[in-house]
Design a protein around this ligand. Sequence first.
Ligand code: BG6
Length: 607
Amino acid sequence: MEREGSGPSSLLNGATPGNGSRPRDAADAAATIGKSFPGRRPAPATMVIFGAAGDLTKRLVVPALYNLVRGGKLPEGFAMIGIDRNDETTEAWRSNLTNMIQAFARAGGGERQALDEQAWSSLVNRMHYMRGDFTQAETYGRLEKLLNEQCGRQGGTGHVLFYLAVADRFFGPVIEQLGRAGLARQSETAWRRVIIEKPFGHDFASAEALNAQILKVLSEDQIYRIDHFLGKETVQNILVLRFANGIFEPLWNRDHIDHVQITAAETVGVEARGRFYEKTGALRDMVPNHLFQLLAMIAMEPPISFDADAVRAKKTELFQALHPISPENAVRGQYAAGVVLGKSVGDYRREADVAPDSGTETYVALKLGIDNWRWAGVPFYLRTGKYLSARTTEVAVQFRQAPYALFRDTPVERLPPNILMLRIQPDEGLSLSFSAKRPGADIEIDGVQMDFAYRDYFAPLASVGYETLIYDCLIGDATLFQRADAVEAGWRAVQGLIDAWAKTPAEDFPNYAAGPPLPIACSRAMGAHGCRSGPIIATRGAAHDRRAVLLSPFIPAQAGIQGHSLRPLGSRLRGNERREKRCIPFHMSHDLPCGASRCRASSRNGF
Ligand code: BG6
């Protein structure tokens, strides 16, 4: 069957222009590229959402559809059928969603916005509710009837996208029922696709078993395993940064990169998800999926095109080249009561549906190695946690030091490192830090920074992060979705650690007070790379020190550089302001000073 979206993924879609002269150029270029891939129009289709009354549907899927309608991206004949157990009418469901979308529009990025009534009514009038038990065959019989009616209205095409916004235990059963009812069968005029939410399995064996189960009903190209991190513009931008620019790729290897740090720090706790989180923990919840997606974007080999298979093959190869992670290279933490964003919060162990002696980690930091020619010997540090002091997701690529100090009095390692900092969220953008000479008779070196912020170049695009993913699925572009082998390879890489931690429960939990300074990391896992100052969370007793559950104030750019970016050309700093702005800490070494006097260096020419 032919795929509508045979061009490259939406990575190359046009960008929205901002104001000013440079944005125009950028927008023009993007539009040119976008135009060269026609055929990215979805055909009329019906989306069937299992879990219609759930949180995901309300908070993300429906708002994403609303944004797609506003952007003119949904096809005319689009319709939606919501299924859930609740005994609701279509009218009641629509009215609930209308209340929700009104609140969503009001919240709109911090600014009060009115609902786009026309867009919403055109969407909501195409939404139908069906009560049904996902595990019962009769539900699927009734669904078939509804789909046939819908197909008549859509000119007989019969394309259906099934969206599984349900608890993971239903993934297999729903797909089996779809298979038994014949609803997964495709024809020349009708594609059938299934979006599966995270978590896809809870370890390697369960992911493998789930793949085997669903692949009995569906072919791989019908399956769209979502990782919502790939819906983020800044994550997609990593590939553009690497492969649409000539300057980075020649440096993108073990000869020039010292190490990479990937951080996803959250200011939320487990919220109302104690039941899920208690059996999941930070490692399973974030690492083999979201953090590995960032890792793949940074570390994969260049694909031969942006075609789904080309990109996904390279990602899988990367995951397969990961060293199994050993417990010596990882630390775990669990939050205790503390203060986050000025609010007092309680112990993880006192959250609803959490055991009072819970051994579940809410923080994980680990060191990874990649066995290939490009990355052999380059450490990748990954960390993520709940209830930290600031919300930030970022990738810091630190380049090797200059090989030789021209400045005899200053050891080369005292020079500020070059760090390419990719800010995934919030404050989307990137920066490059480097050394510059302070004006004056002496040779004094300061770390400075060039900064690109999305908001300076592009008008904000209303997005909850699911728009691109739903749209790509409608056009049959699976580039941003997980293939079976990649999911399994991701789990395989963390399986040793999952097993080791299951065998040796942490004895020192809880071991960090909610709201520690950010980012944090473990000294032992960081090895030679920084984190030399004292721990903010001392482990209890020397025995634990051995396992290195020391979470130290860390590093780089976010902590040190934020607020120190170079000003736009032409703007002038005033008096004292100048001094403050330029006092840039040495990011990887907290025991190094940040004052100019200690940065001072003399060249061998005797300046
Ligand atoms: C989800 C995890 O997949 O991603 C959550 O289950 C986590 O625990 C969330 O909070 C983070 O996503 P984002 O987009 O808010 O960074």
